[in-house]
Design a protein around this ligand. Structure first.
Ligand SMILES: [Fe+2]
Ligand SMILES: [Fe+2]
Length: 175
């Protein structure tokens, strides 16, 4: 029997546009803008991953995602979601649980993609690696879209001024 090869439908891909990022900034509190800037730069890198196999782009993307997993993702969980809990205490379903579970799914695919990339032959890259990178880029792109278009505009309204100031302080404090 032929090996099952999942095919991704990536037809809803939308390239990052500076104009759209500006409009998102206008509906997100200034204290949270650093998150949107990081989304835009990661999203642009994912646009390049999507263009096809390129060892240097793949390496840069895996490094950059690895960095964001240690910073951006953790900051969202530690600094934003902990404060959102003051307003929506439910943590088994709803935005807090879902956001964390999406982060975990991305962490898992990043780990697996990194393992595949490290052992790969640049002269003969496998379809599995290319598919995995495509999937990782797609998951990140969709996660960022969700945060930019739904979550951050809503966080901006739900969180108090003091909470938003505290988030900006925490983000700018060296680890
Ligand atoms: Fe996130
Ligand atoms: Fe994010």
């Amino acid at each position: 029997m032929a090996k099952y090869q999942p095919r991704l439908d990536l037809t809803d891909w939308k390239r990052t546009s500076a104009q759209e990022v500006d409009k998102i900034m206008a509906i997100v509190a200034p204290e949270l803008h650093s998150f949107i800037e990081e989304h835009a730069s990661l999203s642009r890198l994912m646009d390049r991953v999507r263009e096809g196999y390129d060892a240097e782009i793949y390496r840069e993307a895996l490094n950059q995602i690895g960095h964001e997993l240690e910073h951006h993702f953790l900051f969202e969980e530690k600094y934003i979601l902990s404060r959102l809990e003051n307003h929506i205490p439910e943590t088994e379903v709803g935005p807090i649980a879902k956001l964390k579970s999406e982060h975990d799914v991305i962490r898992k695919h990043h780990r697996e993609a990194l393992d595949m990339f490290e052992g790969h032959d640049p002269e003969n890259p496998s379809q599995e690696l290319i598919q995995k990178m495509g999937l990782l880029a797609y998951l990140l792109k969709k996660h960022i879209e969700k945060e930019d278009h739904y979550l951050f505009p809503l966080f901006s309204v739900i969180l108090t001024e003091d909470e938003k100031k505290a988030i900006a302080r925490d983000v700018n404090r060296p680890l």
